[in-house]
Design a protein around this ligand. Structure first.
Ligand SMILES: [Zn+2]
Length: 464
């Protein structure tokens, strides 16, 4: 079916999660003591898995293999070597000529076909082809489209390359055209990094070879226990085992953090990623307690507290002593307001001086209230289930308010508690019935972390 696309490497990449391979230790930078190693480098089996030598099963292989490389550039360059060694008994394909265009803003499919020398009639038969051929109409600037024609200038195939890992491949069949989406699976390498903070968390992350995005993710894991703005000190340390994603030997992105530790003012916290039997991934302590709390401390980002919980406050509008049973966060009108915990909407609408208000019911007999909203979040209705962090509304000044702010209340068993200081319950731990599975699933990542920490302790000691 897709034999027009020569395959490059069908060697299945089998990545095993063990600590093998060489470790490269980068010299510590002047600024921080940071190390980074690459472990489990290239755990491919060196040779291809048994491959078949008949044209029919070749196409089956190509379909089944996400690594089948089909970009026109590689097709032309890889064809002689690869096909000669593995497919000697396949008759030579007629040579195709590829022409490639970058999709620019404002380009149309019709315009691209015209540039390649084809008319709208041909374009329509491609669009009306089988499989997902019609997806060719979803074009985005930055993608590339390549047309392949035979010696008679008939369009034989086209490839829309959406990204390094995703393309749409369409080829002529006996009855028309047929298209399929091809996803390339990046190779995953496990990497260890560690750093000691001397000036800033991000500075330490950069010195250890982490992107700022990865450092943010690391902070996100421990952010429930450590205030990264106020509590991080010089001398704090972190280490982590994480994935890097490679395509054709080139790093394209980082993957997940698998395990990590953070030592804050002498207190060491450790976390490990666990995907439960329902496929839900979360970070837990090595004992199986959740790294998360059941509630976010604050429902708005980048807001300052403009009025604290105070049972003796003089009301700014009414000018009488009236308890302030919540916390006010000053923020611009339209700032998103997040549900602080998983729950169910039990009130949405105007509520006297509170203005536009949402009230959520959570587990443990806890309710939260969000007042003075300018508008509600999409789909927020009475009875709606919401997830922690979901946007339920936007900051405003409806009701009795002197300016745009969020008034937030936290009630336990009907009693108002100070949202800033109330002890927040942990999110659900690994259920007892899953603990054995959890231990088995996470011990590898924790052992990698521990092994590298140990190696580095010895290396550092020897260096002293
Ligand atoms: Zn208030």
């Amino acid at each position: 079916m897709f034999k027009k696309f020569p395959r490059a490497h069908l060697a299945a990449a089998i990545v095993i999660g063990a600590v093998i391979g060489t470790a490269m230790i980068f010299s510590p930078s002047a600024e921080v003591e940071a190390k980074r190693m690459s472990v489990a480098i290239d755990t491919h089996y060196g040779t291809a898995l048994p491959t078949s030598h008949t044209p029919s099963s070749q196409s089956a292989d190509a379909l089944a293999s996400p690594k089948a490389s089909l970009s026109p550039a590689e097709a032309t360059s890889a064809a002689p070597g690869v096909t000669a060694t593995t497919e000697t008994d396949i008759p030579a394909e007629p040579a195709l000529t590829w022409t490639e265009f970058e999709v620019k803003r404002g380009d149309t499919l019709s315009g691209l076909f015209k540039r390649a020398g084809y008319n709208d009639g041909l374009m329509l038969s491609v669009i009306n082809g089988e499989g997902v051929a019609s997806d060719i109409q979803k074009l985005y600037a930055g993608e590339t489209i390549a047309f392949a024609e035979n010696a008679d200038h008939d369009l034989e195939a086209l490839v829309l390359t959406r990204s390094r890992t995703e393309s749409l491949q369409i080829e002529r069949t006996e009855t028309g055209f047929t298209g399929k989406q091809v996803l390339r699976e990046p190779e995953v390498r496990t990497v260890y990094a560690q750093a000691e903070i001397t000036s800033s968390l991000f500075g330490a992350g950069q010195a250890a070879g982490l992107s700022d995005k990865l450092t943010m993710e690391l902070a996100g894991i421990f952010g429930w226990d450590i205030d990264f703005v106020l509590e991080v000190r010089e001398g704090d340390r972190f280490s982590l085992v994480y994935e890097e994603l490679y395509l054709d030997g080139e790093k394209i992105d980082h993957g997940k953090i698998l395990s990590a530790s953070f030592t804050n003012r002498g207190r060491e916290l450790a976390a490990v990623l666990y995907t439960d039997e329902n496929g839900v991934s979360n970070y837990y302590t090595p004992e199986g307690r959740s790294m998360r709390k059941a509630f976010l401390r604050t429902p708005v980002d980048f807001a300052r507290i403009s009025s604290n919980f105070n049972l003796q406050r003089r009301h700014p509008v009414l000018n009488t002593i009236r308890a302030h049973k919540g916390t006010d966060y000053a923020a611009a009108t339209g700032t998103p307001i997040k549900a602080t915990g998983d729950g169910r909407v039990i009130h949405v609408g105007r509520k006297g001086g509170y203005g536009n208000t949402v009230v959520l019911q959570h587990g443990n007999n806890i309710t939260t209230l969000y007042a003075h909203m300018s508008k509600y979040g999409r789909g927020i209705k009475s009875g709606t289930r919401v997830k922690q962090g979901q946007i339920i509304g936007y900051v405003g000044a409806t009701g009795l308010a002197t300016g745009p702010h969020l008034h937030y209340e936290f009630r336990v068993n009907g009693t108002h508690r100070n949202p800033v200081t109330v002890k927040l319950p942990d999110a659900a731990p690994v259920p007892k019935a899953q603990l054995a599975h959890f231990k088995a699933a996470t011990q590898g990542a924790l052992a990698q972390l521990a092994a590298h920490q140990e190696v580095n302790r010895i290396t550092l000691a020897q260096g002293e």
